[in-house]
Design a protein around this ligand. Structure first.
Ligand code: SF4
Ligand code: SF4
Length: 165
């Protein structure tokens, strides 16, 4: 596994941005019959190559959404109330009805190690990120379109899918 090279990642993304997006749209509209099988295998291949601890870009540049259950679990882990948890770190986004981080990087990211300080109690969104192994690609294409700009694993996933399909 190689550490993430952000210069290469950014230039690859910029050079291929349009073709990545049009490929994802094509897969949303007209996926091959065995798309679930292909994404399943490709997800496993991505994690042979990508080391998230050399990256943590999702925790630095994006925010997870916190469900009520996530807030309760993380607050309990930190021995504070959900109310205090929300006041300290979260804001409510009216348009999506979501609780999200007030600022980036995430307050729970240890920048010296790229590790999550509430790992056992992290939000479900973080635990599932970047959602590469979801079934029914057409329902998750928009997520890949959002994440590909920040997430080297998502970009590698789309590159590999493009080579196969
Ligand atoms: S809660 Fe942990 S895994 Fe989630 S964004 Fe924050 S640091 Fe990253
Ligand atoms: S999920 Fe993507 S953005 Fe997050 S640490 Fe892994 S490669 Fe980086």
């Amino acid at each position: 596994m190689q550490p993430i090279n952000f210069d290469t990642f950014s230039s690859d993304y910029e050079r291929n941005r349009k073709s990545f997006r049009s490929f994802i749209s094509r897969m949303e509209n007209n996926p091959p019959e065995n798309i679930d099988e292909i994404t399943d295998t490709t997800d496993k291949e991505v994690w042979q190559e990508i080391d998230c601890l050399s990256c943590a870009n999702c925790c630095k540049k994006m925010t997870p959404t916190f469900t009520a259950q996530d807030i309760k679990r993380a607050a309990t882990y930190l021995h504070i109330s959900p109310k205090v948890f929300k006041e300290k770190w979260l804001m409510y986004e009216e348009k999506d009805n979501d609780w999200v981080n007030k600022s980036q990087p995430c307050q729970f990211l240890d920048l010296s190690t790229n590790m999550c300080s509430i790992y056992e109690a992290r939000p479900a969104d973080c635990a599932g990120f970047p959602h590469l192994n979801k079934k029914h690609f057409k329902d998750f294409g928009y997520i890949h379109k959002q994440n590909i700009e920040y997430c080297p694993a998502t970009m590698r996933f789309i590159q590999l899918l493009k080579e196969k399909i």
